[in-house]
Design a protein around this ligand. Structure first.
Ligand SMILES: Cc1cc2nc3c(=O)[nH]c(=O)nc-3n(C[C@H](O)[C@H](O)[C@H](O)COP(=O)(O)OP(=O)(O)OC[C@H]3O[C@@H](n4cnc5c(N)ncnc54)[C@H](O)[C@@H]3O)c2cc1C
Length: 454
């Protein structure tokens, strides 16, 4: 009996698929990395089913790669060794909303927008916003962050507890409901960012927040990227409590205007959001405007109504698609370094110089309140010259970031693209990570060929 037939003894046949289109949809994510087909896609509906699948896979040494919605940008969900693609979309229940403790318990396939729609009924929201409507399981697995991290933190700051199925079928909980704990090793943070290589998350308890009385979105336009970065740095240094602050280069605004029929002034811009009471937000906005004027800001506009704010942020979130839309046939390779704030301006300047020297076209956008920015360069993955240039470009930026104490990936994860920088960034600590992997997954079934060189 082959493995798929054995699976059918535990999981109903309609939740096991070897259909060509289904396999193809699980062979790739949103990155430029080459696709690789799984042998079978399974859609479990609860923890117990995952336990059975894991035990069977572990016994037979069949690779298992978890799949959220495949919005990853580094190929983390690509099943490089075939085997099972474990699609968590059927496990999409919000299990408990606990407004008194500002906690929510969800299954891993719940998406960010689905969760926020439900939380809105209680005047609450979940803060981590990577732009894409990713699953909570996928977001925890890559330690996703995004536009609101400057104020509310990344996934690792907002996950209180995980239920995890280990490779041998054991089910563990890593945390609890309390805001802090000094009891034992911090397994929650170990699993967050592990990209499905240590276990499968089957339940997540998350911290949520009350929706502020007033939310104001603003856009400030500068004469240069450098002015915008310096202005942002100054704002943070002065302790203005911004909820989002994003850099978008002028050329990208031009693409956004063309694709989404908006008419934003086409200059290097900061997109901002302020959360708080009416009085506080007005004071913060006024102070921001004054600081920005000192750095040559020549346009400052804001939106208070929710439609205007949504439109403004949609423009920012869709900037990647705008770039692709304007360059048919091309894909985007995104860099993802994160550096200490004091090095951000020089890192962006260095990146712009390298991009020009590489001959590649692209843009730079950034979660600049965190020191994290993306240079997206347009490539044809089938063109060896493009790939060689993009690779060299990425390497130069990563090395620059590491030389100033930064990281090769601030939020997208290691996936396939950052494997080769792991030794450079972590030194001997990489061997310790490898030992941890061996301990959790001695048969190497969990998302093989990720994080470590195969
Ligand atoms: C337009 C766009 C903008 C983006 N912007 C950002 C951004 O600002 N910040 C950011 O952080 N990311 C960003 N991303 C990347 C992406 O949204 C994140 O990496 C997201 O966390 C992936 O979630 P997913 O559900 O799509 O997971 P997938 O891509 O399906 O999987 C990602 C990884 O998680 C693992 N995984 C999935 N579910 C589980 C589970 N239950 N248990 C264990 N492992 C699991 C997979 O095996 C894989 O290793 C962006 C993507 C796009 C397309």
């Amino acid at each position: 009996m082959n493995f798929t037939d054995r699976l059918k003894q535990t999981i109903p046949g309609d939740r096991i698929s070897t259909n060509e289109t289904v396999l193809l949809n699980h062979s790739k994510d949103e990155s430029f990395h080459s696709a690789n087909l799984p042998d079978v896609v399974v859609f479990p509906k609860d923890t117990q089913e995952i336990v059975e699948i894991m035990k069977m896979a572990n016994e037979n040494k069949i690779p298992i790669t978890a799949f959220g919605v495949g919005s990853g940008l580094e190929g983390a969900a690509i099943p490089m060794k075939g085997g099972i693609s474990l699609d968590l979309q059927e496990m999409n229940k919000i299990l408990e909303i606990n407004p008194e403790d500002f906690l929510v318990r969800v299954q891993p396939g719940v998406t960010r927008k689905q969760l926020n729609k439900e939380l809105g009924k209680y005047g609450l929201f979940f803060s981590v916003d990577p732009g894409a409507d990713a699953t909570i399981g996928g977001m925890a697995s890559t330690n996703a962050s995004g536009t609101t991290t400057v104020r509310y933190g990344a996934m690792k700051d907002n996950v209180r507890d995980l239920e995890v199925v280990l490779a041998d079928g054991r089910v563990i909980r890593t945390g609890g409901k309390a805001k802090k704990s000094s009891s034992g090793y911090n397994l929650t943070e170990l699993f967050i960012g592990s990209e499905g290589t240590l276990g499968i998350f089957t339940e997540l308890t998350l911290q949520v927040y009350g929706i502020s009385e007033v939310i104001m979105a603003a856009r400030a336009v500068f004469k240069s990227v450098d002015d915008a970065v310096q202005a942002a740095h100054s704002l943070i240094t002065l302790g203005v409590p911004i909820a989002r602050i994003e850099l978008v280069e002028g050329e990208t605004i031009q693409y956004v205007n063309q694709v989404f029929e908006t008419n934003y002034t086409e200059g290097d811009s900061l997109f901002l959001e302020f959360h708080g009471s009416k009085g506080n937000v007005e004071t913060d906005v006024q102070l921001t405007r004054e600081i920005f004027t000192e750095f040559g800001c020549f346009q400052f506009e804001f939106e208070t109504d929710s439609l205007g704010r949504t439109q403004l942020w949609e423009a920012r979130h869709n900037s990647l698609y705008a770039l692709i839309h304007n360059n048919p046939g091309k894909q985007v390779m995104n860099t993802d370094v994160c550096v200490p704030l004091s090095k951000l301006a020089s890192a962006i300047e260095f990146t712009r110089k390298c991009m020009e020297e590489s001959g590649l076209k692209g843009d730079i956008i950034g979660h600049i309140g965190d020191g994290n920015f993306h240079a997206g360069v347009l490539i044809n993955p089938n063109n060896p010259t493009d790939m060689e240039r993009a690779d060299r470009f990425n390497e130069e930026i990563v090395k620059y970031a590491l030389s100033c104490g930064g990281t090769c990936t601030g939020e997208h994860g290691v996936g396939l693209g950052k494997i080769k920088y792991q030794r450079l960034q972590h030194g001997e600590a990489l061997d310790v990570m490898n030992s941890i992997k061996q301990m959790f997954d001695p048969n190497g079934i969990l998302n093989p060929s990720k994080i470590f060189e195969s």
